[in-house]
Ligand binder design. Sequence first.
Ligand code: ARG
Length: 463
Amino acid sequence: MADKSANAMWGGRFASGPDAIMEAINASIGFDQRLAPQDIAGSRAHAAMLAATGILTDRDAEAIREGLLTVLSEIEAGTFRFSTALEDIHMNVESRLGELVGEPAKRLHTARSRNDQVAVDFRLWVRDQCDAAEESLKALQRALLAQAGQGADWVMPGFTHLQSAQPVTWGHHMMAYVEMLGRDRGRFADARRRMNESPLGSAALAGTSFPIDREMTARELGFDRPMANSLDAVSDRDFALEFLGAASICAMHLSRLAEELVIWSTAQFRFVRLSDRFSTGSSIMPQKRNPDAAELVRAKTGRVFGASVALLTIMKGLPLAYSKDMQEDKEQVFDAADSLMLALAATTGMMEDLRPDPEKMRAAAGAGFATATDLADWLVRAKGMPFREAHHVTGSLVAKAEGKGVDLSDLTLNEMREVHDGITEDVFAVLGVDNSVRSRTSYGGTSPERVREQIARWTELLG
Ligand code: ARG
């Protein structure tokens, strides 16, 4: 008696309270509804296979396959009512299918589990993102290639430690990113190739006793083959992690370019002007043009890295096979993919519109004794001096110019000869920034000639 009354004190609340919290923590429909097209494609393939193997009648399979198309059109039209009580996209779709086609809907889940179902849906979704990344990366490469083409011989300072180092060409700098993005494309393509195996038919974890045809569903969904181990198939998310890895490296590249745009567009540099479309003003300082898009591309990188660390952490302690922890994979990947696609689109827009200022870049290229290495190289080449000694002599010449507040090429021949009497008039031919970049003809070097070869190669590769 005493127990019952004690129960009565909190029983009503316990029955509903924890239930609502349980529903809130358990439901994934708030985010996994994005998997609807993949879920329906997977179910349609499964139903067709069940009929082909005689597990379902053709009539039932046809009713299911048709009904699923109706569900999809309802979802696309925005008329579908998602229910949290039904937890996730898989049960939401199946329940609506039941309302539409009745009894056959109950047979769809034969020889299948939500574990292989979610694995197949998510793989299909991530695979699409690899393809989308490839397309977006190509578009950005084209924008960079156009920049490189117009400024293959524009001279700008090349930096190390963000200190002027040696003059380079604008085209060379742009093509550096084309190379990086080319490797990013390779990483997405590699990840796609490895993930393109079908988990469908692995059922809950151990496979099934029904005579299913996994080759058939794999083929139907564009996979290369079925995965060979059912435990692995339902419980690894390495494909999502590979996507996040490729996305992280790509986002890091975009962030570096964004950082350069931020620096180059300052009043101190003025190497480039961002278009109105990709900058904002300040409500208080009328002179400002802020590179917000570049800053946000730089910041989105944090979300992509975060997703990668989050999913690695979610997975690291899980025993085989499926655990509900794995439901937390999706939001991370969705957010990272959305952030990356937006960053790629914004970067492409910025680079398409970007107006570099060749005069400003050229003026800066000559500053900071940027051709000191050319002078040292000349001493080696023309005077047979060992490089270490040439480095020393050049250092003294830089100090002299610095003391006088002039550039190396502003020193007179006599002033130079005070440092080293072997120096002759023809030294002046290597001191200008144009001479400097023109002379860097080694493979992969910054000379306009080499840069144009790379532009031609990439123009061909990008079709
Ligand atoms: N919503 C679940 C997820 O995203 C689907 C798989 C559920 N499987 C299970 N055995 N409860 O992971």
